[in-house]
Design a protein. Structure first.
Length: 285
């Protein structure tokens, strides 16, 4: 019985030991699985935290790079804008100085030319007045002499006197016409020479000013090629248009003045000739 109890106890202990071993193994396996899951969760959390930190670092670096790029762009834009403002200010100053110098030089040249031409016209007008007075006096004296001679000889031969007077009138008119045509041709030649000299002088001055301005403008254009080229082309077109209009206007004014002077002189001479003819015919009658 004791042996039986021992065997039963031994069997029971063996089964309990197997059960306890199985429970222990199950507990160990559960603990190992839990530990393994915890270890995996810890690794996943560490990897996720490293990934989040890396992404945050990348995002911070990207934000810093974008802000730095924007600052660099803004700085470059500001520097270019400052250079552009400085260039525009320099160009504006040079343009104002060039325009003032051109205006002063043109005004000075035209004032000198106008004063010289006014003095020449005034002197020529005085000489013309003196010549006309002397010519009128000489004509009056000659007419008075001829009238006295005709009055003395009118009673002897009226027909011969009439023919002589007619022939004399034709000769005088022819001589006056030739002298007037010669004077007109000479005055016209002098006028043309003066106009050609003035035009040559004006074109030479304008060409010198324009060549100097073009050289300075060309130096600036090399620094700013595209924009300066466009502005230079626009300035050249405007300058040539203004110069062509001004030249056309000056030519029209000079031609109108010359025609008015010629017409007035021709009208005065025509009136003088008619007056002389009327005086002579009254003397004959």
């Amino acid at each position: 019985r004791y042996f039986y109890v021992q065997k039963i106890l031994q069997k029971t202990f063996g089964e309990w030991k197997e059960w306890w071993t199985a429970c222990r193994e199950r507990e160990l396996s559960l603990r190992a699985a839990s530990h393994y899951r915890h270890f995996l969760h810890n690794l996943i959390f560490k990897a996720w935290r490293a990934y989040v930190c890396q992404q945050q670092g990348k995002r911070n670096k990207y934000d810093f790079a974008e802000s730095h790029a924007e600052k660099q762009k803004l700085l470059r834009t500001w520097q270019h804008w400052l250079v552009y403002i400085d260039v525009q200010r320099t160009k504006r100053g040079m343009r104002s100085v060039a325009l003032a110098f051109r205006e002063k030089s043109c005004l000075r040249i035209w004032w000198t030319v106008w004063r010289r031409q006014h003095y020449q016209n005034h002197t020529q007008h005085k000489m013309n007045i003196l010549a006309l007075q002397y010519w009128a006096q000489s004509l009056q004296f000659r007419a008075w002499l001829q009238w006295r001679e005709l009055y003395l000889y009118i009673q002897n031969d009226k027909q011969k006197e009439t023919r002589a007077v007619t022939h004399h009138q034709h000769g005088e008119l022819k001589r006056y016409m030739e002298a007037w045509l010669g004077y007109l041709n000479l005055h016209r030649a002098k006028k043309i020479q003066n106009e050609l000299a003035q035009e040559h002088n004006q074109s030479r001055i304008v060409q010198q000013c324009f060549s100097g301005w073009q050289i300075s403008w060309e130096c600036r254009r090399r620094m700013h090629a595209h924009r300066e080229g466009m502005q230079k082309l626009a300035a050249k077109i405007a300058l040539w248009r203004v110069f062509a209009q001004w030249k056309h206007y000056v030519v029209l004014c000079v031609e109108e003045t010359r025609q008015c002077e010629l017409a007035e002189k021709h009208y005065k001479r025509h009136l003088l000739v008619r007056a002389l003819l009327r005086v002579r015919w009254k003397g004959l009658w």
